[in-house]
Write a protein that binds this ligand. Structure first.
Ligand code: ZN
Length: 102
């Protein structure tokens, strides 16, 4: 499923646009795309609910568990993504802007 970068992730989720994604940054309201993002929100390819990743090194030198290749249009994040294991369980990869189930 091709990922689509959107400006409003909540609108994308409400519209059922699975695979939509948006970078987020702390203090980022309204969004400022010049800042280095702290993570990525996405509309889960499996269930259509909101998911979130936090990138490494963004929280006082700790941050979340994902790497990001710096590409804002076709991001690659590692390791794999597991959406809420209780309610959804979608598991896959975001590679070059493409969500792939595994
Ligand atoms: Zn899901």
């Amino acid at each position: 499923m091709k990922g689509i970068r959107v400006d409003n992730i909540m609108a994308a989720m409400n519209a059922g646009q699975r695979g939509a994604f948006k970078f987020w940054a702390r203090g980022d309201n309204p969004p400022d795309h010049d800042r280095a993002p702290d993570g990525l929100n996405f509309v889960c390819p499996g269930c259509g609910d909101l998911g979130s990743l936090e990138f490494q090194g963004r929280r006082h030198g700790l941050g979340g568990g994902w790497t990001w290749n710096g590409d804002r249009e076709a991001p690659t994040c590692t390791p794999s993504i597991l959406h809420d294991s209780r309610t959804c369980g979608w598991h896959g990869y975001l590679t070059a802007g493409e969500f792939r189930s595994c």
